[in-house]
Design a protein around this ligand. Structure first.
Ligand SMILES: [Zn+2]
Length: 239
């Protein structure tokens, strides 16, 4: 997910060395996290980073900082600077890195498997943030669609959205409470799934770099694209 406020305000664990470190990842975790968990999280991050960087053709950059907080409250306070967030807010990613609740956290509303998927989702946000030259013109549906797609958060079968109530791209462009309430993550997944199936990854990589160049990259305007995407969903509408 993304949070309205830029995170990473108080995330530096000053003086602490990474718990695990490689050329692409610096993983920080609280003392007491099981070594096995850190090893498997590190392996997942390495694999995801290589796979998603190749898919999105993101250039290798500085190591990505990943900070795991021991509890939801710790994450809210240390990474977001406030306890006034709902329990389901468990992570975010920006240009520097990923900040999230440790998959070893036992008192989280999300099970460990879900937290691992969230880790992949947030790592994708980092890579997208680092690749774009127009962060302020980056529509929310594109950011969240790529993150949910690469994290494999939905399948066509697991989507619980009504094809009778398809939102517009404009509705899905801005951070808002309505985004989540109207199934924004699932719709964003469907848009990016359509983009990749229809046009491939290479042009998506160009769009990530310059989201303001949609028409020259795809040869159609955003309005026509939206109509084409909606038409592609039509066969799924139950009779
Ligand atoms: Zn997200």
């Amino acid at each position: 997910m993304r949070v309205g406020r830029k995170g990473g305000l108080h995330f530096r664990l000053k003086g602490d060395k990474p718990s695990r470190e490689s050329r692409s990842i610096r993983l920080y975790a609280a003392p007491g996290e099981p070594p096995d968990l850190l090893d498997s999280v590190m392996q997942r991050l390495e694999d995801d980073c290589a796979r998603i960087s190749a898919n999105l053709q993101t250039p290798p950059g500085a190591p990505i900082t990943v900070i795991l907080y021991s509890s939801v409250a710790e994450y809210h306070l240390q990474a977001l600077g406030s306890l006034n967030y709902p329990d389901w807010v468990v992570g975010h990613g920006n240009r520097r890195g990923v900040y999230m609740v440790s998959p070893g956290c036992m008192d989280c509303v999300h099970p460990p498997e879900h937290l691992l998927v969230t880790l992949t989702h947030e790592l994708t946000h980092v890579l997208v943030h680092r690749s774009t030259k127009r962060p302020r013109q980056f529509p929310l549906w594109l950011h969240e669609g790529i993150a949910t797609y690469e994290a494999g958060q939905f399948t066509k079968e697991s989507l619980s959205v009504s094809m009778e109530d398809i939102p517009s791209l404009k509705d899905l462009a801005q951070d808002s409470v309505a985004f989540g309430n109207q199934g924004g993550y699932a719709w964003s997944f469907l848009i990016v799934d359509y983009i990749i199936r229809t046009y491939g990854y290479a042009r998506l990589a160009r769009l990530i770099e310059r989201p303001d160049h949609f028409e020259s990259i795809y040869g159609i305007g955003l309005g026509q694209f939206e109509a084409d995407w909606k038409a592609s969903l039509a066969p799924a509408v139950p009779k």
